[in-house]
Design a protein around this ligand. Structure first.
Ligand code: BES
Ligand code: MN
Ligand code: ZN
Length: 497
């Protein structure tokens, strides 16, 4: 979708979007338009349920004097409470409303401001950003052949009429870059796993080089030389070659240590020999969601030319059960030298991350390391589909990430690490086992990862509950969410730039 900015004037044709406050309060321009149409807007509002709440919309056909115009009223909710997120939801509601009318372009009169103190005043950018995020839908495999599933018309162009279009246009570039990163990540996560092999993923990563990201791909022979046996063990039951991709964005000073982002990229998780039940197994196409977020974040940072050094490392494997697959009871020696008894081949994400974390801290000596993974069903039992779980060996780091998440509407809940949980993954046969007792499964998974951080400042985000949504959200259509791209981008700009 194309977002453009133009001078404020009252249009007389096309789809014209107006903001309406609580209790149907029209803005000054809204009142002017209402007069031009002989009170049609206030009459339409009077005879409908529309009341100006956030997320509400109402289309009003122009009277004969304005027969080429359709007015779309969008609720803002309480404008006294209006902040960045509210402005984004307002923009997202525009997309939803215009698409429901099956129209492809509209003009928005943006004549209200963000009133919450301390937030950016450029409401038009936030509106455009929300509209962009909500306009994403994954239609790659919808041909239109099925009667019941015709692709809906896409919103192609939105013109935002504002007081200072030049300033808004310049400031908007940053937001469109972030939205591009979010949407790139959503494309990756949505791709079906017959196409999405580890090599397909590494080819997608290579696309980032055109943005100035340095991309290196390690195949199985290189990983074997580096003794990444924990990762390789997971991939050995698949005919598809495992990959590790390292993406470096050097937008900061050359002497500054980088921030490292590490992602679980299981392109399909059958569970391996500890095979999963059939029901719902198709969800495991998005078991590379952590890697998807890391790649999308690298995309955003490079596209907006962030002034920071950030390295993204993803471990890409397919977890399959064939004649060569890893067995329960196998013991593998990870790159760190620590040995792991594989009790359950379905606890594979932590095996992949063990080598990725070790490699990352050893090679880059980063200032901090943040990993993301659709790691456990247990985190979904604890937090459902709204909050991601966050663990850290440094409270300050966790707080910075949680704050960044709150500012962009990606909610994170701090869960505990503790020696008492750590000892639950001790094994009599090896240095550790890959699963603990039934209870606290997301915590023992995090404890497992901590053993591969070598004491570096580290945070782990278990995003199993939030990487995919089964229902539409205010800013996102259902499907892949790109969870974490916006939070990490914000974390970088608030703490590393
Ligand atoms: N990829 C799954 C976790 C998952 C479940 C992600 C549902 C998204 C939705 C992970 O590899 C897994 O299988 N975890 C097991 C661990 C268990 C065997 C200790 C789980 O959570 O059941
Ligand atoms: Mn698994
Ligand atoms: Zn998995």
């Amino acid at each position: 979708m194309k977002i453009s900015f133009a001078d404020l004037k009252l249009p007389v044709r096309g789809i014209i979007v107006l903001a309406v406050g609580l209790n149907n309060k029209l803005s000054e321009n809204g009142e002017r338009v209402n007069k031009q149409v002989d009170g049609a807007l206030s009459r339409a509002v009077y005879t409908s349920k529309f009341s100006g709440k956030s997320g509400e919309y109402l289309a009003v056909i122009g009277p004969s004097s304005r027969k080429n115009a359709t007015y779309v009223l969008i609720g803002t909710g309480d404008q006294g409470e209006f902040g960045e997120l509210e402005a984004q939801v307002f923009g997202a509601t525009i997309t939803k409303a215009i698409q429901s009318l099956d129209k492809t372009e509209a003009t928005v009169i943006v004549d209200f401001s963000i009133e919450k103190s301390g937030v950016s005043n450029d409401v038009a950018c936030q509106v455009g950003y929300g509209a962009l995020l909500r306009s994403y839908s994954y239609n790659k495999y919808i041909t239109g052949a099925a009667e019941n599933k015709k692709p809906s018309k896409e919103l192609k162009s939105l013109t935002l009429m504002v007081a200072n279009p030049t300033t808004s246009r310049r400031r908007f570039r940053r937001f469109s870059s972030i939205a591009d990163g979010v949407n790139f990540s959503r494309d990756l996560v949505s791709e079906p796993s017959n196409v999405k092999s580890p090599k397909w993923m590494s080819r997608q990563c290579r696309k980032l080089s055109k943005l100035g990201v340095k991309v290196e791909v390690l195949g199985e022979s290189q990983m074997r030389k580096l003794s990444m046996n924990a990762l390789l063990g997971v991939g050995q039951g698949s005919v598809r070659e495992s990959q590790c991709v390292v993406m470096s964005w050097n937008g900061g000073k050359s002497k500054d240590k980088p921030l490292a982002l590490v992602g679980k990229g299981v392109t399909f998780d059958t569970g391996g020999i500890s095979i999963k039940p059939a029901g719902g197994m198709e969800d495991m196409i998005w078991d590379m969601g952590g890697a998807g977020t890391v790649i999308g974040t690298m995309y955003s940072l490079a596209a907006r030319k962030a002034n920071a050094n950030v390295v993204g490392v993803v471990g890409l494997v397919e977890n399959m059960p064939d004649g060569n697959a890893q067995r329960p009871g196998d013991i593998v020696k990870s790159m760190s030298g620590q040995t792991i008894e594989v009790i359950n081949t379905d606890a594979e994400g932590r095996l992949v991350l063990a080598d990725m974390l070790w490699y990352t801290q050893k090679r880059f000596k980063p200032r901090a390391m943040i990993d993301l993974a659709t790691l456990t069903g247990a985190v979904m039992v604890a937090l459902g589909r709204e909050y991601a779980g966050i663990y850290s060996n440094k409270n300050e780091l966790a707080e910075q990430i949680i704050n960044a998440g709150n500012l962009v509407g990606e909610k994170l809940w701090h869960l505990p690490l503790d020696q008492a949980y750590d000892k639950q993954i001790n094994s009599p046969r090896a240095d550790m086992k890959n699963v603990g007792p039934r209870w606290g499964g997301s915590i023992t998974a995090a404890q497992f990862l901590q053993r591969f951080t070598n004491g570096l400042d580290w945070a782990h985000l278990d995003i199993a509950g939030v990487a995919w949504s089964d229902t539409d959200k205010s800013l996102m259509e259902k499907g892949a969410t790109g969870f974490g791209v916006r939070a990490l981008d914000r974390f970088v700009s608030d703490n590393y730039e």
